[in-house]
Design a protein around this ligand. Structure first.
Ligand SMILES: Cc1cc2nc3c(=O)[nH]c(=O)nc-3n(C[C@H](O)[C@H](O)[C@H](O)COP(=O)(O)OP(=O)(O)OC[C@H]3O[C@@H](n4cnc5c(N)ncnc54)[C@H](O)[C@@H]3O)c2cc1C
Length: 376
């Protein structure tokens, strides 16, 4: 039996553990480690923010995992030795034959002075819950959604936030008293595709929401209620909603796995420069969007590569950076973006919808993963 140790039970770790159980349960024992007691889909944070789900509703407890050959451990990873394939946690240590780093992206709130004291966010579950209360009490003034760094998870999510805030204030009858703006470093909302950016810009314009492009937001002046820009200017706000700076977890940096912030991998099979060590999901330095759909697709490739490695074969289908992401346009309409970042000469992305019918697809996306990973 080979011992595969997967660090992180997010989209990537859960799909990898499931697939290893399906395909290699006779040859592989898998230890899956996460510091949390439950998983939640990223897009459920928007549901918490707008009161469509509670924090209790979105918890999928890891206790429910019951895949043959897979053992879940709730532990915090404290050090990784990628040369010796050795991992230390707050409760013990592990020696792996194959090690997979799937620890995702952390948020660096301190990278933006003033943000913690003066802003709100919906990129974490506690943040979404707190912002819900703030938005409920807000009925007039300027809301600025500021994208504080790149890369960040789920490129459409800041714009989904803006479109759903519009609906929220329309429903409350106060939309005319609220100004909504999004500002960020990108030249267009989702630069990979002009078509998708145009659709988002059109949806924003229809709702009188402005996107202010090419802005590096560096700090909040909480006395003056304005965001300072690297260019020297500033943007005023009454409510600042930040998309935080993302970075690799400290333990990954300390292990010497990251280069310029993220873990470089072979794009075909997600192998790192260390033998028998893979990195998968948001933690990688691949030139593509960070999203669960891509993390999951990459995990399937890692499982296939591990099978090929153990059985002396070749990986048949290299990773293409492909996946489907859903984007809420408001009014119950959902769009579907089918993207492929690495399979061709240049990235492609196609927008399907938005339509009311696709809302059901998004629900099905979550429920099939829930059934597959947690059995219910
Ligand atoms: C508001 C929002 C909306 C989104 N919408 C979508 C969407 O519609 N579609 C989509 O595909 N993606 C969406 N995403 C992005 C998606 O959630 C992430 O890209 C995805 O979760 C990445 O998967 P991952 O496995 O790489 O990392 P994660 O899912 O973040 O998993 C990493 C895991 O590692 C664990 N971990 C970290 N450090 C340690 C440690 N030291 N010890 C132990 N465990 C540790 C964490 O607890 C975590 O469970 C959204 C994200 C947000 C914030």
């Amino acid at each position: 039996m080979k011992h595969v140790v997967i660090l992180g039970a997010g989209f990537a770790g859960l799909e990898l553990a499931t697939r290893l159980s399906e395909t290699l349960a006779d040859e592989v024992h898998t230890t899956l480690i996460d510091k949390k007691d439950s998983f939640s889909f990223g897009f459920w944070k928007l549901d918490v923010l707008f009161g469509r789900k509670t924090v209790a509703d979105i918890r999928l407890p890891y206790d429910a995992i019951s895949h043959e050959g897979v053992e879940f451990r709730r532990e915090r990873v404290t050090s990784i030795d990628p040369e010796r394939l050795h991992v230390t946690t707050d409760a013990g240590s592990y020696d792996a034959d194959i090690l997979v780093i799937a620890l995702g992206a952390d948020y660096d709130f301190a990278a933006t002075p003033g943000f913690t004291e003066g802003g709100v966010e919906y990129y974490s579950v506690p943040g979404a819950e707190q912002m819900r209360g703030v938005v409920t009490d807000f009925d007039s003034g300027r809301i600025l959604i500021g994208i504080l760094g790149q890369p960040f998870k789920c490129p459409p999510a800041p714009f989904e936030g803006a479109l759903l805030l519009h609906d929220h204030f329309v429903e409350r009858g106060s939309r005319d008293s609220v100004e909504i703006r999004v500002a960020g470093p990108m030249s267009a909302p989702v630069p990979i595709t002009r078509e998708l950016s145009q659709s988002i810009l059109g949806a924003l314009a229809d709702r009188d929401i402005e996107y202010v492009p090419n802005q590096q937001l560096v700090a909040l002046d909480t006395d003056r209620n304005e965001v300072q820009l690297e260019s020297g200017g500033s943007i005023p706000y009454d409510l600042f909603v930040g998309i935080p700076v993302h970075r690799a977890p400290d333990v990954v940096e300390q292990a010497g796995l990251a280069v310029n912030g993220w873990v470089p991998v072979d794009p075909t099979n997600l192998a790192t420069r260390f033998p028998a060590v893979y990195a998968v999901g948001d933690i990688t330095a691949l030139p593509m969007a960070k999203a669960g759909a891509f993390a999951e697709a990459a995990a399937r490739v890692v499982a296939d590569d591990i099978a090929a490695r153990l059985q002396g074969g070749e990986l048949e289908h290299p990773y293409e950076g492909e996946g489907t992401c859903y984007l809420e346009f408001g009014g119950g309409a959902v769009g579907k973006v089918e993207a492929n970042f690495l399979g061709g000469a240049k990235p492609t992305a196609r927008l399907v919808g938005p339509s009311l019918d696709l809302a059901a697809d998004k629900v099905a996306f979550a429920s099939t993963r829930r059934k597959r990973w947690f059995g219910s």
